[in-house]
Design a protein around this ligand. Structure first.
Ligand code: BGC
Length: 719
């Protein structure tokens, strides 16, 4: 790609200032079309004659940069006769910002730009302008920019000297065409309230936690300094709170030019609901601020509504947490000094994600990054891109490499994703086989090891002593259960692809057999859940009965963490305990999904007790209010409550299974999913005497109502 262009950079390092590259060109004949191919080491914003090119925010996006750097192609509008100016400002972004500083190889690369402009004239001739010595570079008004820390913009900066560029000896080998969805500005959010906190801070509330930035409009004299901090929540006293951002400063500093002006940041984003006006020496009114949510441009495909206002708010919260954490890679959270592509979080949320939004392209691209970061020995690291250079893999995190391709295949009927990932899936299973201390299990004797050394266990589960991150479920149990699960998915994928997977079928049988011998007793909720969902228990009913009883005894409250929660309701509803599943879904007391809603959540919290009943916040070291993992229960609502399921043998909704399971405590529930073959809708509501179901399917379906199965052709049906 970009074969004729050279990498250009700055002769002298500009430090924190973002350089602006510039090339003037003359047009003397009528232009039919103009195309710009471009990428940068960092993040860039290109402008033609002062107008932004394209809508991609934080281009070229986030990839495993050591081997993969996306190039974008834009059709340019606005090329004019006479002189034109193409400018490109380059910020640090993920590639050179604080977020990747532990990966010195990637982070240590110099700021660089590579581009090619092709002009196609009406007379049929062509001209190309590439990055080379003919470009110049100077300082931009962006004096500082970092994804974690924010931006400093001097609107009064009148431009420095233009200098010749330096040709950088960087390779083009890692350049690839754009694969993911573009990150774009999406919703605009009006603030709802301006108030003064007990500490005397002036705070603006946007009413919604989201990821993005704010647009500021002010009328001010030149040189006025505006400083704004971002925060997700208020503390128990109602003061601005940023401790949970840890070292991420998340501050905007804007130095005004004269008069009326509008500014929004260029190369940073924040996870926030509130802003604090640290310096704002003028009249404030809410019209000065507008929130802008940014995320990968995916099509919304799923909708759920029901008669319960709290649940509806919860569904909204899941959507907002997905948006905030689907900024080119699936992240844990969008606010603190992390924002990493954590595999465990993505693994548990992928199904919900695919129902809510068309996530096929998003995940396919990220899975390529995952494969690129897979370690030599087959281990799949905990985060991708592996900015922390973690040399280890954890159960339920690394399993993203089997779970997500299978999910994408089920949802979109995409066999390419299985083909592309099959080898990586195999290497993962083989890695486990070699890594274990015992045959047919994945044991590591972790009890004696430090928490961070290997598995995260049932992360944040509540059955461990208060304050512990890892739940009570034995990591060896979880690891062995996921070993079985991943091996089974590998076998299924292999069969779809027509491969010989007989040795993995035998392996799977041996794992199940050995698991049963070794782990015959279950004590935690998560153990019961995994044994049921991964077909490991020998006596399903007994295990399900025991799980339901445990939950009843715990006053209909869950104790599960990242590993158990996504499957918990399924483990109940698929084994005769639909009502118990609803008991958990509708639970209002701590710990529950609605507890968060009742405590004012507008996104999903990392901890069940992110804000305790007494208003006290969970410790500041690990406390995000925008973490989608527990939002993964939403796929149960789509697939069980509304009953819209894929058919494993006819993936991509070529055929569907629609098996709604209502509960009297909800008067009605309605869901729709836009599939590749049209929209499936499922609605139920309680009439005077009985329940009525309304189902529309664009594909042949098995509709299962109260245990009775109807094979139907496309159409609308009432039961
Ligand atoms: C992240 C999690 C992640 C975990 C690994 C945390 O810092 O925010 O969501 O999965 O580390 O245990």
């Amino acid at each position: 790609m970009l074969e004729q262009a050279l990498w250009i950079g700055c002769k002298e390092d500009m430090g924190d200032v973002c350089p602006q590259f510039c090339r003037k060109f003359q047009v003397e004949r009528e232009v039919k079309a103009a195309q710009l191919e471009i990428t940068a080491v960092g993040v860039y914003e290109a402008c033609l004659n002062g107008k932004r090119v394209g809508e991609f925010i934080l281009a070229p996006g986030c990839t495993a940069y050591k081997e993969r750097l996306q190039c974008q192609t834009y059709q340019l509008e606005g090329v004019r006769m006479g002189e034109n100016i193409l400018t490109v400002t380059v910020g640090k972004g993920w590639h050179r910002g604080r977020i990747s500083e532990r990966d010195t190889e990637v982070n240590g690369m110099p700021c660089a730009l590579i581009a090619q402009l092709t002009l196609e004239y009406v007379d049929g001739s062509r001209e190309t302008i590439v990055t080379d010595e003919s470009w110049s570079v100077g300082e931009s008004p962006i004096r500082f920019s970092d994804i974690y820390d924010g931006e400093v913009y001097d609107a009064g900066f009148s431009g420095g000297e233009w200098e010749p560029v330096k040709i950088e000896a960087l390779s083009r080998d890692r350049l690839i065409a754009q694969e993911g969805e573009e990150i774009r500005e999406q919703e605009r959010i009006r603030p709802v309230r301006l108030f003064t906190s007990p500490k005397g801070e002036r705070i603006v509330d946007f009413g919604q936690n989201f990821a993005g930035y704010l647009e500021l409009s002010v009328n001010a004299p030149a040189g006025t300094r505006i400083v704004i901090s971002h925060g997700e929540i208020l503390d128990s006293q109602g003061n601005f709170y940023t401790e949970n951002y840890r070292t991420a400063k998340a501050v905007l500093t804007y130095i005004c030019k004269e008069g009326q002006q509008t500014y929004k940041p260029h190369f940073t984003f924040f996870g926030f609901r509130y802003i604090r006006l640290d310096e704002f020496p003028m009249e404030v009114d809410l019209d000065c601020f507008r929130g802008i949510a940014i995320y990968s441009s995916m099509e919304r495909t799923g909708h759920i509504q029901c008669s319960h206002a709290g649940l509806n708010r919860f569904f909204e919260n899941v959507l907002w947490s997905q948006r905030a954490n689907f900024i080119d890679i699936p992240t844990d959270c969008p606010q603190r000094d992390e924002r990493m592509g954590w595999l465990g979080d993505a693994q548990v949320f992928a199904k919900t994600a695919c129902y809510n939004y068309d996530s096929e392209k998003f995940f396919e691209k990220w899975l390529r990054d995952v494969r690129c970061e897979q370690l030599e020995n087959g281990a799949v690291p905990d985060i991708v891109p592996n900015f922390w250079k973690t040399p280890k893999a954890s159960t339920a995190w690394g399993d993203a490499i089997t779970v997500i391709p299978w999910q994408i295949y089920q949802m979109y009927g995409n066999t390419r994703v299985l083909e592309e990932n099959f080898e990586a899936m195999k290497r993962w299973v083989d890695y486990i086989t070699k890594d274990s201390l015992e045959p047919y299990l994945w044991t590591s004797g972790q009890g004696a090891k430090k928490l961070w050394e290997k598995h995260y266990g049932d992360w944040l589960a509540l059955d461990a002593p208060y304050g512990s991150y890892r739940g009570a479920t034995d990591p060896d149990f979880i690891a062995s259960a996921f070993y079985a699960h991943s091996t089974l998915l590998l076998v299924k994928a292999g069969k779809v692809l027509g491969k010989d997977v007989s040795s993995y079928e035998t392996l799977y049988e041996n794992i199940v057999k050995t698991f049963r011998e070794r782990f015959g007793e279950y004590s935690t909720q998560t153990q019961h859940v995994l044994a049921l969902q991964f077909h490991l228990t020998q006596d399903r009913q007994k295990t399900a009965d025991a799980l339901a009883q445990m939950i009843r005894e715990n006053k209909n409250r869950l104790k599960t963490g990242f590993v158990g929660t996504p499957y918990l309701l399924y483990a109940l509803s698929e084994n005769g305990y639909v009502q118990s599943a609803y008991d958990l879904l509708l639970q209002e007391e701590y710990p529950s999904w609605l507890y968060e809603v009742n405590h004012g959540a507008t996104t999903i919290w990392e901890h069940w007790d992110g804000i305790r009943d007494d208003g006290v916040l969970w410790s500041s070291d690990m406390n995000s209010y925008n973490h989608y993992a527990y939002g993964s229960v939403m796929d149960w609502v789509y697939t069980v409550a509304a009953g819209i399921r894929t058919d494993e043998d006819a993936p991509g909704f070529e055929r569907a299974v629609i098996a709604p399971m209502p509960d009297k405590r909800l008067k009605w529930l309605e869901a729709s999913v836009k599939t590749r073959h049209g929209e499936i809708c499922s609605k139920w509501f309680w009439g005077e005497e009985k329940i009525r179901y309304e189902i529309t399917t664009p594909v042949p379906a098995a509709i299962i109502i109260e245990g009775k199965e109807y094979q139907v052709e496309p159409g609308s049906y009432i039961f």
